[in-house]
Design a protein around this ligand. Structure first.
Ligand SMILES: Nc1nc2c(ncn2[C@@H]2O[C@H](COP(=O)(O)OP(=O)(O)OP(=O)(O)O)[C@@H](O)[C@H]2O)c(=O)[nH]1
Ligand SMILES: [Zn+2]
Length: 348
């Protein structure tokens, strides 16, 4: 997407066929534009934060300038705005530029949504919120999140909730070996919430999770002003569900633990109430492989066009496991290869 955004800017910058008027006349470069962060979107109206973390930090409302055409703007985007950026009641600024994204978390079209979408821009961590029980954890869902995050170049934090109901050991054993950080919470233990916070400080994190896993409970504990709706949701009417279905960025307070390093960056937490699944058809094997450095290196010996799947003939990854030094190392390699292949298969 970063590429496409750039192309669209370039198109505007190209001289017109009908003469050579100075470029500034065709498209003012908005020297007076101010940078802002997109924190919410509601029917074509964008909520932005200007002077993020600075003395004049304020929330403003904006629309997209016509010159941006069909370029999509998503939560997490860094943009430039012109017009009335005071944020006073009734004002509406204009977004004139979208800064190149450092990451794009995507989902492919699926049965419920026919469009490939960028879910969030510029996030560096995906927090997969999964209950240890009620509802039962589903590794298929976690795998798909891990693939989407690794494809986007994001880290993964697996947040296991409801630890009062079941043990986290099995899931920990499954995901820690593939580079996923694991943190365990329970509603009746405020310390566990602070543990989560320490993983979020200074970063931009996207939280995803199925209905009922305790995501809203967690967000409300982390960001008391968030007021995310919690409780048992009626699956038929959807009553009890937060009304917003699009992502929203919430500023993360540093929290009560003064031992944490506060260098002015408290971080952002992005809730994604609308995201119930990740379609993964867009994810390329090589992209996923790049998240596994050791496997990536070993795959250099694979035959051309190797799929690296379980049934791939002469896949060098199998040789890599066989060539391990000693039983312990061989088992560790086998486990990593099995995890990689499981993630690969979760795309289908
Ligand atoms: N036993 C137990 N229950 C919890 C815990 N955390 C949350 N719950 C309960 O789980 C239910 C769902 O919690 P929510 O925070 O609403 O879950 P959610 O993931 O936001 O779900 P939606 O609102 O449907 O998106 C509520 O009844 C919570 O009280 C926990 O640590 N232990
Ligand atoms: Zn291979």
């Amino acid at each position: 997407m970063a590429r496409r955004v750039r192309d669209e800017h370039e198109r505007f910058a190209r001289p017109s066929k009908h003469g050579s008027r100075p470029r500034s006349k065709q498209r003012p470069d908005h020297a007076d534009a101010v940078p802002a962060l997109v924190t919410g979107i509601d029917r074509g109206r964008y909520t932005l934060v200007v002077d993020d973390g600075g003395p004049d930090e304020r929330e403003i409302l904006a629309m997209k300038a016509r010159e941006l055409g069909r370029t999509r703007t998503v939560v997490g985007d860094r943009v430039d705005v012109v017009g009335d950026t005071t944020g006073h009641e009734g004002t509406l600024a204009r977004i004139v530029r979208i800064t190149d994204r450092t990451s794009t978390l995507r989902r492919t079209a699926d049965d419920t949504d026919p469009y490939e979408r960028i879910v969030v821009a510029n996030a560096d961590q995906l927090v997969v919120v999964t209950a240890l029980a009620q509802p039962e954890p589903r590794t298929g869902m976690i795998d798909r999140c891990v693939v989407a995050a690794y494809d986007a170049g994001m880290d993964v934090l697996l947040c296991l909730t409801k630890a009062d109901l079941a043990s986290p050991d099995e899931l920990r054993g499954l995901y820690e070996p593939i580079g996923v950080s694991v943190v365990v919470t329970r509603r009746d233990s405020p310390e566990t919430v602070e543990d989560v916070r320490s993983h979020l400080l200074g970063r931009t994190s996207v939280l995803v999770g199925h209905s009922g896993v305790g995501k809203s409970t967690l967000i409300n504990a982390l960001v008391p002003d968030a007021l995310r709706a919690t409780g048992d949701v009626n699956d038929v009417t959807g009553r009890g569900r937060h009304t917003s279905t699009s992502a929203v960025a919430l500023r993360l307070p540093v929290g009560p633990d003064s031992s944490v390093d506060d260098d002015g960056h408290d971080g952002w937490v992005i809730d994604t109430p609308g995201v119930r699944s990740f379609g993964l058809a867009h994810v390329e094997t090589d992209h996923l492989l790049a998240a596994f450095e050791d496997l990536d290196a070993a795959a250099a010996e694979c035959p051309r066009g190797c799929t690296h799947a379980e049934d791939a003939p002469d896949c060098a990854l199998d040789d890599w496991v066989a060539a391990a030094d000693g039983e312990t190392e061989r088992e560790a390699r086998a486990a990593r290869l099995a995890s990689f292949r499981r993630l690969l298969a979760s795309r289908d």
